[in-house]
Design a protein around this ligand. Structure first.
Ligand code: HEM
Ligand SMILES: Nc1nc2c(c(=O)[nH]1)N[C@H]1C(S)=C(S)[C@@H](COP(=O)(O)O)O[C@H]1N2
Ligand SMILES: [Mo]
Length: 411
């Protein structure tokens, strides 16, 4: 049932670009081989950073089952760890988009080839390609939408992107095992294009293969240059033209750094955060204490220079936080020495990030604070006044703002 009518995409003669061939596909494929492997690894690592096995409030994918086999206690060193892994994940993902699209363009004639299946083996192979192409487009689309629109799929983004990653990567590994030998052969012996992808009736060239690769690489570089500033922060944030905009304007001064959700958005009323009304309720095996901000300020205060690093890929440079050590608060309610896990609750009544669980190693770190000041000034309402959590190396989600209650104990 071979189709020879060049007006139909199932005919090889329909595809006329003289660029197509194993060599062009292989260069792009080898770049993706490295890039997508790094994406997969940083993705899994960033998932581990939530300590999703610690508490259901940290995890949006409770049915992860054996896919959570590799989870470990997320470390607190180096203090920029999540800033690095998640910045790399998001920036690299965006940078690879032009290469992925070019790779798909280079093999698109194959997707239309008829008959759909010549044998059972061929049918299975095409099914795996469906998972590869569909899975790839799905992972890139859900990733970009989440970064750009800030959690478009509330609650469902994590499971979709997480399970999708495993399906996609399984198909990717199978494809790489089959194609890497041919790809290496093709790039070692450049020259005339070979293989079934070469058009039987090529049109006149409008660009050389080298020119086309420069074009794709240039597009990638442009995506990189207009994204990476959001992970560096400070003035370079303004170069991140592709990063999400239109969020709250943090203004200048000590509190003048990126704001995720404003106090108004979170429904925080200034009447609840004033000196009269606000009390921090701390509970542990030794009982419960209620502390005003003034009482907290009379405890030993410590400083740590730590960034905020969001899952969306943006992060701030180190900010100078000052407040009470979490382990000192643990000691206050009967946990001297080795502090246990910690369950944190915000004044905020609705929304996914009003609660978080921290693991014992995070509580024990002397840089982990209930912060009262940032950069020498009281926290602004949008950065969590009267008090917020700040923990080294952790994702922003664990840095709960407008803290109302701390419960120490093994989770
Ligand atoms: C997101 C990742 C990728 C997608 C969506 C993708 C998709 C495809 C598709 C649909 C085909 C055509 C079907 C076939 O020939 O079996 C193909 C062919 C090919 N791919 Fe990939 N691929 C990806 C990654 C890679 C990687 C990592 C390599 C590694 C070198 C690679 C090398 C090749 C080669 C050499 C061919 C055959 C070209 C020819 O027959 O002339 N691909 N790819
Ligand atoms: N109560 C509460 N705390 C919160 C959030 C929230 O929505 N509510 N957002 C979290 C997220 S996702 C991030 S990235 C950081 C951002 O902190 P910032 O707004 O001070 O930069 O706060 C975290 N703490
Ligand atoms: Mo975040």
């Amino acid at each position: 049932m071979r189709n020879d009518d060049p007006r139909l995409p199932s005919s090889p003669g329909f595809w006329r670009s003289p660029l197509r061939g194993t060599g062009f596909t292989s260069v792009l494929g080898l770049v993706l081989l490295v890039g997508i492997t790094v994406l997969f690894v940083t993705g899994l690592v960033s998932y581990a950073a939530y300590n999703p096995d610690l508490s259901p409030v940290n995890d949006q994918t409770p049915d992860k089952g054996i896919l959570g086999f590799y989870l470990f206690a997320w470390p607190t060193d180096p203090h920029w760890l999540y800033r690095f892994t998640q910045g790399l994940h998001v920036t690299l993902g965006i940078t690879l988009i032009p290469i992925l699209l070019a790779k798909l363009w280079s093999v698109v004639p194959r997707l239309f080839a008829l008959p759909p299946a010549r044998s059972l083996a061929h049918a299975l192979e095409r099914l795996s390609l469906l998972l590869l192409v569909g899975g790839g487009l799905f992972e890139f689309t859900t990733g970009v939408l989440n970064v750009q629109l800030a959690y478009v799929f509330p609650g469902s983004f994590y499971p979709l992107h997480f399970y999708g990653a495993w399906v996609f990567f399984a198909a990717f590994v199978a494809h790489a095992v089959l194609k890497v030998p041919a790809a290496l052969r093709a790039v070692r012996r450049p020259g005339r294009e070979q293989g079934d992808l070469v058009s039987p009736r090529p049109g006149p060239p409008t660009v050389s293969r080298r020119g086309a690769l420069w074009f794709v690489g240039g597009a990638s570089l442009l995506f990189f240059a207009t994204t990476v500033g959001q992970s560096i922060g400070g003035v370079l944030r303004r170069t991140a033209l592709l990063a999400p905009h239109g969020g709250a304007d943090p203004g200048g001064g000590p509190n003048g750094f990126q704001i995720n959700k404003t106090a108004a958005y979170a429904g925080i009323d200034t009447r609840e955060t004033g000196a009269e009304a606000w009390r921090l309720v701390v509970t542990g095996r030794g009982g419960t204490v209620r502390l005003s901000r003034a009482q907290l300020l009379r405890m030993p205060l410590h400083s740590s220079a730590l960034p905020i690093a969001c899952v969306e890929g943006w992060s701030t440079a180190d900010q100078w936080w000052r407040g009470v050590r979490l382990r000192d608060l643990a000691a206050l309610v009967g946990h001297d020495g080795d502090p246990p896990d910690l369950f944190v609750e915000s004044l905020q009544r609705h929304g996914a990030f009003r609660r978080a669980a921290l693991r014992a190693n995070q509580v024990a770190d002397p840089r982990s604070l209930l912060a009262l000041y940032v950069n020498g000034e009281a926290l602004s309402p949008d950065h969590g006044y009267p008090a917020r959590i700040i923990v080294p190396a952790a994702p922003g989600v664990l840095n709960t703002k407008w803290v109302a209650r701390l419960t120490f104990g093994d989770l």
